[in-house]
Design a binder for this molecule. Sequence first.
Ligand code: ZN
Ligand code: FE
Ligand code: FE
Ligand code: ZN
Length: 273
Amino acid sequence: MRGLIDSHLHTRLCGHATGTVQQYAAAAAARGLAGIAVTEHLPLPHELDPDRRLSMPPSRVEEYLGEIQEVRLARPDLEIITGIEADWLPDRVEETAAALSALRQRADGVKVVLGSVHFLGGWAFDDPNRLDEWGGRDVDQVWEDYTAEWCRAAKSGLFDVMAHPDLPKKFGHHPSGDVDGLYARFADVALTSGVMIEVSTAGLRKPVAELYPAAGLLRAFGEAGVPATLGSDAHSPDEVGFAFDEACDALRTAGYHAVTFATARCEKRSVAL
Ligand code: ZN
Ligand code: FE
Ligand code: FE
Ligand code: ZN
């Protein structure tokens, strides 16, 4: 398929990924993509990431923006979009809003913000190093807490796209019982808050071995009319554009006729499926 943009990827700057923007651009071009949105993890507060293994250090944000700008100028054949992935931290909404608005206001600044719920309280529930903590939890309660925070995040106005919408399933923890009510909450809130949702192929590379979102949740988003974007959440250049054919098939199956991308000019572009 032509015109696809990988709208979620990470570089060496976050401490748990590899590759430079230049290497990602080369890999994207080799795979026939139209572009990439570079979406490094926004620096987390020190208490949540004391060793800087989850997010970019604040001291490297300038380097990050500069590197993307440099590759944008060097690669007129590709669309290179400056983005960021930001955590929903309910106790730090003002701080996050200030950081994001500073990044959005600059001429070379951020054009697309992915919103992610990775933390419930101080627990990074998707961190493989904290997998043990699932043992002491009620899985349905985790899903309930996650859904409530996801809805608050979508409504916050901080984010353009809600990334990997059903992330708690990463290690195989699924909600029990009837999920239709749960999925309807996600879809209603996404629609009324005007966010896009991400179809992420990262789930295929994790123990759960399926796309985020699950087929039923993607159908709920599609039926509600929520626009969907596409990302690999690559943490190394060889993952760029990973399984995009499968993601496009899933979008069509869910009733989507197009996939939508935020562009370097802050517009949205639809690509027919
Ligand atoms: Zn990451
Ligand atoms: Fe994430
Ligand atoms: Fe990510
Ligand atoms: Zn992610």
